[in-house]
Design a protein around this ligand. Structure first.
Ligand SMILES: *[C@@H]1O[C@H](CO)[C@@H](O)[C@H](O)[C@H]1NC(C)=O
Ligand SMILES: *[C@@H]1O[C@H](CO)[C@@H](O)[C@H](O)[C@H]1NC(C)=O
Length: 177
């Protein structure tokens, strides 16, 4: 009887250890690596006239308030280098809304977007929000998911090159500790 009991305890212990290590393995592979670098750069590929870039809402009243209220929705590709055919790093999706209320005034867009990032090591989203003007585009990094949980910082967007209908932009992300 004592022998059977001992055997049962040994077997249960074995099963618990086996289950724990199984959970341990699956838990580790489900958790993306934490992105702890202080910067990230990638290129954004735009195709003017493609269905991935379109007017979502028309201006409220162009004769008195210019383009105010016009919204554009977009879905762009993010790549590792300037070439459109370089390694894919994910997708950039979002929208802009014209906020300038003056007819003929300079563009001042609210931009809200996310980068769905996957380079094979880091995987997750970066959430962006900010203002686009003709002079500059700097958006706040307001958070993230996956490898980027809890991050804060900013992204500076600069125009790199254009070969109609394609344009390429550089996104330089700085993360704050
Ligand atoms: C974005 O990627 C899709 C799918 O690979 C491709 O069809 C499209 O041409 C790409 N767009 C640009 C602007 O490179
Ligand atoms: C824009 O506003 C003007 C002046 O109030 C008005 O006459 C016109 O009908 C409006 N246009 C639209 C498209 O609402």
């Amino acid at each position: 009887m004592a022998f059977l009991m001992q055997g049962f305890v040994a077997l249960s212990t074995l099963l618990i250890v086996a289950a724990a290590s199984l959970f341990g393995v699956s838990h580790a592979s489900d958790t993306p690596s934490v992105f702890s670098k202080d910067s990230l750069t990638y290129y954004v590929q735009v195709e003017v006239g493609a269905p991935s870039l379109g007017t979502l809402l028309q201006p409220i009243n162009a004769s008195i308030s210019g383009s105010f209220g016009q919204a554009v929705v977009f879905a762009f590709n993010a790549t590792k280098s300037q070439s459109r055919t370089s390694k894919s790093l994910g997708l950039l999706r979002g929208y802009t809304v014209e906020t300038n209320y003056i007819s003929g005034g300079a563009t001042r867009l609210l931009e809200v977007e996310f980068l769905d990032y996957d380079d094979g090591q880091y995987k997750g989203t970066l959430q962006y929000q900010g203002v686009v003007t003709p002079e500059s585009t700097e958006l706040a990094v307001v958070g993230g998911s996956g490898s980027f949980r809890g991050i804060r910082g900013y992204v500076v967007v600069t125009f790199v090159s254009s070969n109609n209908p394609f344009s390429t932009f550089l996104h330089k992300v700085t993360l704050l500790k």
